[in-house]
Design a protein around this ligand. Structure first.
Ligand SMILES: [Zn+2]
Length: 205
């Protein structure tokens, strides 16, 4: 790894395609607002911006059942076929989520960005260790950190093997859990630490 490599920032504007016509806190600009703020602040030149990938079924299955994945796909297709179906598309619909014709694609991108950030740091760390000339070389060859700005959120989505479908709290796929699942499945790490800081806006206890 070259010395002084820039931190990686995973962000994909396609995540904004998942939307609905009603005012709601989980709105389409939730990730783009953050990204555009960083741009206005002149910080994007300090990072490597990468688009992330669309998480595959195989990656999602490290946490979710195939039935859950199929159900998110089915509900997304139903919302695409009938965008006026308020039961599917209205905020706080079934399980506290709303679907749109882009729900599955946006959620897979959110998940893929987080996977890429986690796997990228691990890979860069391995490369930095492999190319380190001596133990004292550590500080100069450290892997760059990675960040992901994503939506829809993920941490309320469960694996739920009992009924096979557990999307709720505006979440479809549990991005952080899937990233941890992919990292653990790769065998490159034995443990993954997760710090989940769920900021509320004063609307819930
Ligand atoms: Zn939450």
């Amino acid at each position: 790894m070259p010395r002084g490599a820039k931190p990686k920032l995973y962000y994909n504007p396609e995540m904004s395609t998942h939307t609905h016509p009603w005012a709601h806190v989980e709105k389409r600009t939730r990730a783009s607002d953050v990204y555009e703020h960083l741009d206005r602040a002149g910080l994007l030149g300090s990072v490597q911006v990468l688009p992330g990938h669309s998480a595959s079924d195989e990656e999602l299955r490290t946490v979710h059942t195939q039935r859950h994945i199929d159900e998110v796909g089915r509900m997304t297709a139903a919302a695409r076929a009938d965008p006026t179906n308020r039961e599917l598309c209205e905020p706080d619909g079934p399980g506290g989520v709303y679907y749109s014709g882009h729900a599955d694609a946006a959620a897979r991108l959110a998940c893929g960005c987080v996977i890429d950030a986690a796997v990228g740091v691990l890979q860069d760390s391995k490369n930095a260790t492999a190319t380190r000339a001596s133990p004292g070389d550590k500080a100069r060859r450290r892997a760059p950190p990675a960040f992901a700005i994503v939506r829809p959120p993920g941490h309320h989505a469960g694996a739920d093997p009992t009924d096979g479908h557990h999307a709720e709290g505006f979440c479809f796929y549990n991005s952080v859990a899937v990233a941890a699942g992919v990292v653990l499945a790769s065998g490159d790490a034995k443990k993954v630490a997760i710090l989940d800081w769920d900021v509320r806006h004063g609307t819930e206890p």
